[in-house]
Ligand binder design. Structure first.
Ligand code: PMP
Length: 352
């Protein structure tokens, strides 16, 4: 037997590229174009670097408490991780262990099937309807758990909380994870449904609406029992997940609610303006409630536009995958960045 026969093989998730060019416009990984809250900068500048000798707080106690206060839940209902990817990966391995297939949409965050494959969790991809909304009936078949983002990515579409509740109602015996990575851009969180469903886990991130993708901070909120199970798994892999600077700066980001609200409002305003201009340029798209637009052009293939933008050092995201290979996911940047992109498209798409 060769050692390679014993390797756990998996096809990894492919993250959006991180080019590093001087004047590029980076609209490909849904980062926030604005800096984190001013207090975060102050903390970074004043940080006592001698403290880096020490291990961080394994429980991220301050951050957990801050999030619990902010969202009106108990600290024992909050779990934090190194980005919501870490929280989601831990949730997959913790809650999806029945041997039955878990359910998620066919068009969704492309990390879900990677985690499922890694942890040997069977799954069924439930096709979205032609209008890109969830086909709720498909989430009523027998399963070992359910996960979907709301709003969904890369479509940007938000499902009404009545739809989320219908899925919860049909799945009382399994864990239902709602990935709310983009909820702060005009969606509505399903956190209030925690009162009724102790099998609901709501996952959020600091990477988009709180401008802190580089620090890798994510969290989830659920019943105390669920959070205990998550911690049991976390403490069986790595006790010291979130580093000290991230813990401290995340607390400050939550405290500055006015800044958070102003940044998300600014992005929503830019998004709504860009939607109108893109329609004039011949694009169609689902009505995004996120910090990106998932757009197709009436006559020019997405790949061609993607490559033309790239030539200009304007980076957007394109997947050569069934059902979505004529769409571009364009992150909402600053007004200036979006104007540069729109100006180029106006010339490039002229008469087409
Ligand atoms: N969920 C969804 C739907 C996402 O698009 C992303 C961003 N790639 C994540 C989770 C993970 O984000 P992060 O790990 O930066 O919190």
């Amino acid at each position: 037997m060769k050692w390679e026969d014993n390797v756990r093989k998996v096809v990894p998730y492919v993250a959006g590229e991180q080019p590093n060019k001087a004047n590029m416009i980076k609209l490909n990984t849904n980062e926030c174009p604005y800096p984190p809250a001013p207090g975060v900068r102050k903390l970074a500048e004043e940080m006592d670097y001698d403290k880096l000798r020490l291990y961080p707080d394994t429980d991220s106690t301050m951050l957990v408490k801050e999030l619990a206060d902010y969202y009106g839940v108990k600290p024992a209902q909050v779990f934090v991780g190194v980005g919501s990817d870490d929280v989601l990966a831990t949730a997959f391995v913790t809650f999806f262990d029945s041997g039955k297939p878990i359910l998620f949409p066919d068009i969704t965050y492309s990390f879900y099937d990677v985690w499922a494959d890694l942890y040997r969790i069977p799954y069924i991809k439930c096709p979205l309807k032609d209008d890109w909304h969830l086909d709720v009936e498909l989430f009523k078949q027998p399963n070992g758990g359910v996960i979907f983002p709301n709003p969904n990515a890369p479509t940007g579409l938000f499902e009404d909380l009545s739809v989320v509740e219908e899925i919860l109602e049909a799945n009382r015996d399994v864990v239902v994870i709602v990935d709310e990575a983009y909820v702060d851009f005009g969606g509505e969180s399903c956190l209030p449904l925690l009162e009724k469903y102790d099998n609901l886990l709501v996952v959020q991130t600091f990477s988009k609406s709180r401008s802190m993708a580089g620090l890798r901070i994510g969290f989830c909120i659920g019943s105390e029992k669920m959070i205990k199970y998550l911690n049991d798994v976390k403490f069986s892999i790595n006790s010291y997940t979130m580093n000290m600077p991230s813990q401290v700066m995340a607390v400050e980001a939550v405290r500055d609610d006015a800044y958070f609200k102003s940044v998300t409002a600014k992005i929503i305003a830019t998004r709504e303006r860009v939607k109108k201009e893109m329609i004039e340029l011949g694009f169609t798209f689902p009505d995004s409630r996120t910090n990106f637009i998932f757009a197709s052009h009436k006559s020019v293939p997405a790949k061609e536009i993607f490559e033309a933008l790239r030539e200009q050092d304007i980076y957007v995201r394109f997947w050569n995958k069934e059902r979505i290979n004529n769409s571009l996911r364009i992150t909402i940047g600053t007004d200036e960045e979006m104007d540069t992109m729109l100006d180029f498209l106006r010339t490039f798409l002229k008469d087409r």
